[in-house]
Design a protein around this ligand. Structure first.
Ligand SMILES: Nc1ncnc2c1ncn2[C@@H]1O[C@H](COP(=O)(O)OP(=O)(O)OP(=O)(O)O)[C@@H](O)[C@H]1O
Ligand SMILES: C[C@@](O)(CCO)CC(=O)[O-]
Length: 415
């Protein structure tokens, strides 16, 4: 495989968010889940080659309007590790791994850079801060023996960019200088796969820059985006990045897509954001604690969740003309089970209640604990839908309409 640096100056791609129809959390324990990519909610990223010795990152969506890192500074903070010396040809057999020591050093470097920038900026009166303060100071722990605390939720994305950039370019003598820019119309940390769409874009841009034709090597995108997801989430099942990479509607279990579902009915779905911020890593950890305390009971619930997903897949494949009432029941049952395993939140129940008072079914989607739910809309009853939307919005929720299915990773520039 050709791994020379691309001569193209700018690479631009987009990747979709995802909607888990059935099976979140159970999928982390090897069960089958059903998920679809969100046609109209996407993250876009571009990488531009530039002169010099820096990585410049612009990502207002996560509160970073602009920040730059000197590549030689990053390399010198890793000089006592083996990471840069261990080079392997970049082909589809390379399995990227999370190196806790390297991650820790990069993270420290990122923090120091942010602190330095903040000090510099605060000394300039009236100057806009490059780092918008975030109110939600989520705490993360990496999936290794060595527990690292990252105090700011944007930090992990910067660490992921630097780590995967180094990984994919370390076989060269000279590291290229890039400018990364990203934007998104997905809500962040709301269960719609904002992190996976970011991860898929990051992997694709960096692979394109290595001259790898991403559209012909989706398995590589999936593998490298899974690495970014591990940095952000800890122990993801891989469903989110698989949907973002391959697109469509998929049945996923045991780390891979088992089936692309081609015969999907024309589902009309309303996505409702409770605006309760939460973090997937934390909610997955909470479910894990419950599982470890009572594995038999939790496994039984995961089995029931899997049965729900399997019933839905069967209905889609059989092209049942009257699947609405069956789907409604599956949605209600799955939501109850998600509450029982510890993924619920009172605001999500409020969405379900409002929906059911008007004859609709709804369930949480994604990790839960806040974030989003979806409502299955029915025949075109515009008046009733308008009442539903206005009641949800009056309660303080935000509604989105998006198609499901379609393309995963997509080139946005003809490069
Ligand atoms: N557009 C983006 N650009 C850079 N980083 C992002 C972007 N979107 C998400 N992230 C990273 O992902 C983290 C949020 O991930 P999290 O998994 O909690 O939310 P989610 O992906 O929306 O939810 P879920 O995994 O349940 O679908 C953010 O804190 C940030 O580090
Ligand atoms: C909660 C979860 O099942 C879905 C998050 O979008 C976690 C995962 O599969 O990695």
């Amino acid at each position: 495989m050709e791994v020379a640096l691309s001569k193209k100056r700018t690479i631009k791609v987009s990747a979709p968010g995802k909607l888990i129809l059935f099976g979140e959390h159970a999928v982390v324990y090897g069960k089958t889940a059903l998920a679809a990519c969100l046609t109209d909610l996407r993250t876009t990223m571009s990488i531009e080659r530039q002169k010099g010795d820096s990585l410049h990152i612009s990502a207002s969506i996560i509160g970073v309007s602009h920040i730059s890192f000197s590549i030689s500074d990053i390399l010198s903070c890793l000089s006592n590790t083996e990471f840069l010396k261990e080079t392997r040809p970049l082909d589809d057999t390379t399995v990227p791994v999370v190196d806790a020591q390297v991650i820790s050093l990069i993270e420290q470097h990122v923090k120091e850079r942010i602190d330095k920038l903040n000090v510099e900026m605060s000394s300039l009166s009236e100057a806009p801060s490059p780092m918008t303060p975030m109110t939600n100071m989520a705490k993360f722990a990496y999936p290794t023996a060595e527990k690292l605390i990252v105090e700011d939720s944007r930090l992990v994305s910067l660490v992921a960019i630097i780590y995967i950039y180094l990984y994919l370019n370390k076989q060269d003598e000279k590291f290229p200088s890039f400018k990364f820019s990203m934007s998104s119309n997905l809500p962040i940390g709301a269960g719609l796969g904002s992190s996976s769409s970011f991860s898929v874009c990051l992997a694709s841009c960096l692979l394109y820059q290595r001259n790898i034709d991403v559209e012909k090597n989706l398995d590589m995108v999936n593998k490298w985006s899974f690495l970014a997801e591990q940095l952000i989430h800890g122990t993801p099942s891989g469903i989110d990045n698989a949907v973002g990479t391959y697109g469509g509607v998929v049945a996923f279990s045991m780390g891979k897509i088992q089936r692309q579902i081609s015969k999907i009915p024309n589902l009309r779905i309303l996505i409702v954001n409770t605006k309760v911020s939460r973090n997937t890593r934390v909610i997955v950890g909470k479910v894990r604690t419950k599982h470890d305390a009572d594995p038999i009971n939790m496994k039984e619930k995961f089995n029931r969740i899997e049965e729900i997903a399997a019933t839905c897949i069967q209905h889609f494949e059989d092209q049942e003309p009257n699947s609405q009432s069956i789907l409604s029941k599956l949605i209600q049952d799955n939501h109850i089970l998600l509450n029982e395993i510890g993924a619920g939140h009172e605001k999500l129940d409020q969405v379900v209640l409002i929906a059911s008072s008007l004859g609709y079914s709804a369930k949480l989607t994604g990790a839960g604990g806040g974030g989003c739910a979806y409502v299955l809309l029915q025949d075109q009853d515009e008046d009733r839908e308008n009442v539903l939307k206005s009641q949800l919005e009056k309660t303080g929720f935000e509604c989105y309409v998006s198609g499901i299915g379609g393309k995963g990773i997509r080139r946005e520039l003809n490069f």
